[in-house]
Design a protein around this ligand. Structure first.
Ligand code: ATP
Ligand code: MG
Length: 377
């Protein structure tokens, strides 16, 4: 039973999911922290973390990492282990975003409130998320300055990257890939795009049959306009992470496209979505291309993949691609022609003859690519 006073103050501006799904916020001590609990079973973990903030060292709290102002801890309450992640919000705008639970260009995206909301959505809608237990907040001048997310602890789990490297033989890797595809299919069906999906943000259980889990859901779009692009980005990136160092590019591309088709079925007939798979497979997109824009705002019909590729090439991290023989992920026969998909969600409108367009890619000279990049804006 929670005996302490509920934090005073007005919570009218707090996001609805926090007020309806959580209880609190509770204040347990003079630590300056307040705690929203998903249910009462989270109380011991929240109290432990609160005590740790007040007194510093505590044997039951093990710091797993301290990196770029973020901490990760393992909490041992004596009854169970928990994973806690502390994030600091350095800008006023992010703090406002954390208070209001808003994610937009003005109030930024990377605060613990957004991550908590995304974790709940992934867990509830797909079954591939982790359980959320509590959200702690260190509030100053009415705004959360630091937040702590308390999750279930994935004991003995490995990242997909590690599991992939340690897999003995192709059969094990194929089994892992099948499990990954099921996870990506669930994200696709629920119109979710994880903007920071990589081989360390998918966890593999020690039990070979249990479902994988998606973690670090801070940068995420839900209810995306273009789930096909979202999945194309997911597949290309994962294929690059898992096999980019071991396979030649054409083989890698073929594997990514085959995987994409297994996940989205006939919707993979849409040539532009296949080009996005190859783009994400070949390039690091993070700095130069807004994935958020691609999945939320871009029109698949008017998407200029050649321009996107040219822009990706301006990222110094993709500089090694400039040195390779002129290649483009974009099948030249589609550049400048009417789009093959006539609407964002109508992949069937695309003629079957273009199904294997990517197999007969005619690569465009880089000079031409650079010119397109200059116009891309
Ligand atoms: N629930 C969990 N249980 C156990 N370990 C976890 C859990 N969540 C994350 N981890 C481990 O902690 C690491 C960091 O977690 P996470 O990616 O969420 O934090 P981060 O601060 O965003 O780190 P980074 O900047 O490296 O992405 C993960 O790569 C994973 O190995
Ligand atoms: Mg991370």
């Amino acid at each position: 039973m929670i005996a302490d006073t509920i934090a005073t103050g007005r919570h009218a501006f707090r996001p609805r999911f926090l007020k309806t799904l959580f209880i609190g916020p509770f204040v347990f001590s003079d630590s300056g922290w307040q705690w929203w609990l998903y249910d009462k079973s989270a109380e011991p973990a929240a109290r432990l973390m609160d005590r740790h903030q007040l007194n510093g060292s505590d044997d039951s709290v093990v710091t797993l990492r301290h990196y770029k102002g973020r901490h990760a801890f393992r909490l041992d309450t004596g009854m169970a282990n928990y994973f806690a992640k502390e994030v600091e919000m350095t800008s006023l705008r992010t703090r406002l975003g954390a208070l209001l639970g808003k994610s937009n260009p003005l109030l930024r995206y990377t605060h613990g409130t957004a991550e908590t909301r995304h974790n709940l959505i992934v867990d509830d809608h797909t079954g591939y998320g982790i359980r959320t237990f509590a959200l702690g907040e260190y509030v100053r001048h009415g705004l959360p300055r630091r937040q702590i997310l308390i999750h279930e602890y994935l004991d003995g789990w490995r990242s997909l990257g590690d599991a992939w490297r340690e897999a003995s033989g192709q059969a094990q890797q194929a089994a892992l890939l099948a499990r990954l595809e099921r996870l990506l299919a669930a994200l696709h069906a629920n119109r979710i795009c994880h903007l920071d999906l990589n081989a360390s943000h998918i966890m593999v259980p020690p039990d070979g049959t249990a479902a994988l889990r998606v973690i670090d859901c801070g940068k995420m779009c839900t209810e995306v306009r273009n789930p096909l692009i979202a999945t194309a980005l997911h597949v290309g990136k994962m294929m690059r992470d898992l096999n980019g160092h071991t396979l030649d590019e054409p083989v890698l591309g073929e594997m990514a496209l085959a995987s994409f088709r297994r996940i989205v079925g006939d919707a993979a007939d849409c040539a532009k979505s296949r080009q996005i798979v190859l783009l994400a497979c070949r390039y690091r997109l993070g700095k130069k291309i807004s994935k958020r824009h691609l999945v939320m705002n871009a029109s698949l019909k008017h998407l200029n993949v050649a321009a996107l590729e040219a822009r990706a090439l301006t990222d110094h991290k993709n500089r090694n691609r400039l040195a390779t023989p002129p290649r483009l992920t974009v099948p030249a026969n589609t550049v400048g022609k009417p789009p093959l998909c006539h609407s964002e969600h109508d992949a069937t409108a695309h003629p079957v003859s273009a199904l294997n367009a990517v197999r007969s890619v005619r690569y465009m000279p880089l000079e031409e690519v650079r010119q397109i990049g200059g116009k891309a804006g």
